[in-house]
Design a protein around this ligand. Structure first.
Ligand code: SF4
Length: 83
């Protein structure tokens, strides 16, 4: 069961591609030069994806690698922001 929620502010992405380098299973560069989060729900403001424990380390690493901090992770149960 999904335990964590990834919240990605795509509008603020500068296309630096560190996330893709760290975790290409979930991140890829789109034609407009910004990163796409594979499998996520898209709204204009942000893209969201629920993940389980198995992907936590890679997602955390992706978020930490982003130079403009547009990738965030939340614990769904507690609402606590992990990064
Ligand atoms: S690391 Fe950040 S700025 Fe770079 S492509 Fe990924 S989300 Fe965009």
């Amino acid at each position: 069961m999904a335990k964590y929620k990834v919240v990605y502010d795509r509008q603020s992405c500068i296309g630096a591609a560190q996330c893709v380098t760290v975790y290409s299973k979930r991140w890829c560069l789109a034609k407009d030069g910004k990163a796409d989060l594979k499998g996520s729900k898209k709204t204009n403001a942000e893209w969201t994806l629920e993940i389980d424990e198995k992907e936590l380390a890679e997602m955390k690493e992706s978020a930490a690698a982003c130079p403009v901090n547009v990738i965030h992770l939340f614990d769904i149960k507690t609402g606590k922001k992990l990064i």
